[in-house]
Design a binder for this molecule. Structure first.
Ligand code: SAM
Length: 860
């Protein structure tokens, strides 16, 4: 058979989780305040009487806790194969329909809005949001209790808290306590305050709550691993005893993280995995093996059987490698008796005309016939007056892993890291392989750069992962989208990956198998499936989801304080809103061309829930040039109402809809509605941009993250607190060249970037775009990108790396476009609308929808 050349064309495949389903949680575009009513809180309780138990400040008061039950909204449907199709060399093969394009996944509207009532085909899930909310939603809204096979948790280690937050996609040298390295993500600031600000006390409470929900999600044969360093390993072990029960402890694994350095005392080169089962008696466990290390061979296999059949001990020079080892088979002389004597079992045995007896108080490990079989097969060895069993090195060429993993540091690993606290793939891979089978569900509530999802995808497991950090989810998305995996041969291809793989096996010759004249048992190597090199494989389809923001309490709902000291009665978000109003009055909102919206008054607005303050503008001539253009806004006093986004989450679509509804009922009608937020959910920003209300102007104001973190920083980045934000500058046009005539093209020309270092909005550039996505047929439900671009990626990462390994499949000149800001030509879809989502280097997203019908005639 002709050998396949490296450049031969390969089909690009994905694994199919046949027969596995998930519930229809809502796509973001179909959510309305009515369809997404809040479902209250679920209360979880602890047993306060455990004995012994670990104590920390606040634990005694925290015997139960409530978690709001929220829906997880689907924002994107990513199918890497669809994206790769656009840059494939034409090969005449029919393009397979994506899971997300199938009618089953996109049912008619009537059915589509019956959330949580229908099931559809499984797709994996990357979720932006706090792990407690996510896990509670899986349990309460989606009924997923008992469905997860393995949970991997790699929380911040509970030390040097600041350095666990990576503020930029492309910056990994994060310093604890450095202002510019402090995260500006509202959710992360909350995570910091809630869970780490009180050091180990809040940290332990944070982790225990999450472990409790994790246990609920696990199936009865399920496992949980927590990754931790030596500073807190003892506390976490104790916590897990409390949540999972002492009897369900399965082990502590030490894995090497570094090669060593020189602190004042001993180098700490290992981190730990603490492993518990839901029920140790029922835990799923697949033994993993590795080749026997030479040190073990040298210590155990000290005999040799030469080619002429002669057997002798190796001399120490040979064992130490100081002299050559003669040709032959190494073996150990293994003990042939066990404790306890019996008349039959301890009977003398004749071997090579000599009589051997087991030592006093022992018996032979096998019967008389067994001994004869061993003798016939040359497996007995007389060592003076003792009879031994000959165990060859290759009787079982591998050895079981123990709980010390000393092979987990890769020399090139540091260079490949995407995320400051990224785990080595090998570590998570081993946990996945030990405790799950293909098709099983794996959850990681601490996604980071997505190592667990990446490994689960590689090994055909289903996965769900979440993280509060948008930087993390952006990195994970890129990593999963551009991953290329081996195609492992399936046990039963027609049944999909859930049928398992075809694995390599090794014989396990034992004393018993020889004594009984049986063929040796075969040991399965679960980490060595057969690879089909004629196929390439990419990640399967996955959805990108997010936890909706919590409801913001209106400022005017604050009760009048009984005392004169207002600040005593105000707390939390409402107090903050009062501060933000003062700040608006002090410095106004800065426009992009240097103009300002200043206010003569800013006050709480009574009687409304979604509009928090009202104000009146003060005409001014700061930035006078542009004032002419915006007379309505800057020229005369105008009534303004303000809706503040939440303190620790993006401002959401639902808030925009409800605030506009309230504004419509106000008398007199406001002229301007300002939505002010630390972060805008991209769909919400899009709705603000697209609302067409004659006579009323809707504005977005970015709030300075310093308003949230002043106490954590040495100094503010800037004195301004509010900036006007525009829409992304995106141009859609029909291509006129002969070659691509009739198709369309999109160019991203710029967007408003909030620079946290300088504390200002920078407009127009494209250099801070980490990723942008193009949906050429936007259905208004969630984004289904057909082309995805990583303008910041180099020639060695992102799509380029994938393209290099698929040289025969992918057209290089096309994939090059995936690093730029101009799309490939495309045909406009049935919906006649395109959507462009831009993600900046902080993971902040903005969306622009363009309707073909709205284009000027010459671009249509
Ligand atoms: C140590 S990192 C995980 C790194 C990951 N193992 C990898 O290989 O990239 C911990 C992650 O947990 C996330 N995190 C912390 N608190 C969280 C919470 N309450 N909910 C969700 N994610 C959280 C952090 O944003 C961070 O990305």
């Amino acid at each position: 058979m002709a050998r396949k050349k490296k450049t031969d064309k390969k089909p690009i495949e994905q694994y199919d989780h046949k027969g596995k389903v998930r519930i229809n949680n809502p796509p973001v575009g179909l959510v309305t305040p009515e369809t997404d009513r809040e479902s209250g809180k679920k209360t979880y309780a602890y047993d306060p009487h455990l004995d012994p138990q670990l104590q920390w400040a606040g634990k005694a008061e925290h015997t139960s806790f409530g978690v709001p039950t929220v829906s997880l909204h689907v924002h994107e449907r990513i199918d890497p194969r669809t994206i790769i199709e656009a840059v494939r060399k034409q090969n005449g093969r029919p393009v397979q329909c994506s899971l997300f394009a199938s009618p089953e996944e996109n049912p008619p509207l009537r059915e589509a809005i019956e959330f949580y009532k229908h099931k559809h085909n499984w797709s994996n899930r990357l979720i932006a949001g706090d792990s407690l909310l996510v896990m509670n939603s899986l349990l309460e809204k989606e009924g997923m209790a008992g469905q997860v096979q393995m949970i991997y948790i790699d929380p911040p280690y509970g030390i040097k808290y600041g350095s666990n937050f990576q503020p930029f996609v492309n910056k990994r040298d994060v310093k604890d306590g450095k202002d510019e390295d402090l995260t500006a993500e509202p959710e992360m600031i909350k995570a910091f305050r809630d869970t780490w600000e009180l050091g180990v006390h809040s940290y332990l409470a944070y982790l225990r709550d999450r472990l409790l929900l994790a246990r609920e999600l696990l199936t009865e044969s399920g496992s949980v691993f927590v990754q931790i360093s030596d500073e807190n390993v003892h506390h976490i072990r104790e916590l897990m005893d409390e949540v999972f029960g002492v009897k369900n402890f399965c082990g502590i694994i030490a894995f090497q993280k570094t090669g060593g350095f020189s602190p004042t005392l001993l180098s700490s080169v290992y981190d730990y995995l603490i492993w518990y089962a839901v029920d140790r008696q029922k835990v799923k466990y697949r033994k993993l093996f590795r080749p026997r290390p030479q040190s073990m061979v040298n210590a155990g296999y000290t005999w040799i059987e030469l080619e002429n059949g002669e057997r002798r001990r190796l001399v120490s020079k040979e064992i130490n490698g100081e002299g050559p080892i003669p040709k032959g088979k190494r073996f150990q002389s293994s003990i042939l008796v066990s404790a306890g004597a019996s008349e039959r079992g301890s009977a003398p045995f004749d071997f090579q005309r000599k009589v051997f007896k087991p030592a006093l108080g022992t018996h032979w490990k096998t019967s008389h016939e067994g001994l004869l079989n061993l003798a016939n097969q040359g497996r007995l060895l007389a060592v003076e007056n003792t009879l031994a069993y000959v165990r060859y090195e290759d009787d079982f060429p591998v050895t079981e892993f123990t709980n010390v993993w000393d092979d987990t540091v890769r020399s090139t690993y540091a260079a490949q890291k995407l995320y400051v606290v990224q785990t080595s793939e090998k570590v998570i891979q081993r946990c996945v392989l030990m405790t799950t089978d293909p098709g099983d569900l794996v959850l990681d509530p601490t996604c980071g750069s997505g190592t667990t999802a990446y490994v689960a995808e590689q090994w055909g497991r289903r996965w769900i992962t979440c993280d509060t950090s948008r930087v993390a989810t952006t990195l994970a998305k890129q990593r999963l989208m551009t991953a290329l995996y081996d195609y492992y041969e399936l046990a039963h291809p027609e049944e999909g990956v859930g049928s398992g793989f075809q694995y390599k096996t090794v014989p396990h010759v034992t004393l018993k198998s020889i004594a009984n004249n049986e063929p040796p048992a075969q040991e399965t190597l679960y980490d060595q499936p057969f690879v089909d090199n004629s196929r390439a494989r990419v990640s399967g389809p996955f959805t990108v989801e997010a936890v909706p923001a919590p409801v913001v309490k209106p400022l005017a709902e604050i009760e009048e304080p009984p005392s004169a000291d207002v600040s005593l009665a105000r707390s939390g978000e409402t107090l903050r809103q009062a501060e933000w109003c003062d700040e608006l009055l002090r410095c106004g909102i800065r426009g992009k061309r240097g103009q300002y919206i200043l206010f003569s008054r800013v006050e709480p607005l009574p009687g409304t829930r979604w509009l928090h303050a009202e104000a009146e503008t003060k005409p001014n001539d700061r930035g006078a040039d542009s004032v002419k253009e915006d007379q309505e806004i800057y020229g005369r006093p105008q009534r303004v109402v303000i809706s503040f986004g939440p303190e620790h989450a993006p401002l959401e679509q639902r808030q925009v809809a409800l605030a506009i509804e309230e504004a419509q009922n106000l008398v007199p009608r406001p002229k301007i509605i300002v939505f002010a937020a630390f972060q805008f959910d991209p769909e919400a920003a899009k709705d603000i941009d697209e609302t067409d209300w004659p006579g009323v102007t809707l504005l977005k104001a970015q709030m300075n993250a310093d308003l949230l973190t002043e106490d954590l920083k040495k100094k503010r980045a800037s004195n301004e607190s509010f900036w006007l934000m525009g829409q992304p500058d995106v141009r859609l046009e029909k291509i006129k060249d002969e070659k691509d005539k009739g198709t369309y093209r999109v160019e991203v020309r710029g967007f408003d970037y909030y620079n946290t270092k300088t504390g200002t909005i920078e407009s127009g550039g494209t250099d801070k775009i980490a990723m942008w996505m193009l949906d050429t047929d936007y259905d208004g439900r969630s984004l289904f990108p057909r082309q995805v671009f990583f303008p910041m990626s180099g020639e060695k990462d992102g799509w380029s790396r994938l393209a290099k390994n698929l040289r025969a499949e992918i057209a290089e000149e096309l994939i090059e476009a995936y690093r730029g800001t101009v799309s490939l030509p495309f045909e406009i879809g049935e919906n006649k609308r395109v959507a462009v989502k831009i993600v900046d280097d902080r993971g902040i997203e903005s969306i622009r929808i363009v309707d073909v019908e709205d284009l000027p005639e010459k671009r249509r």
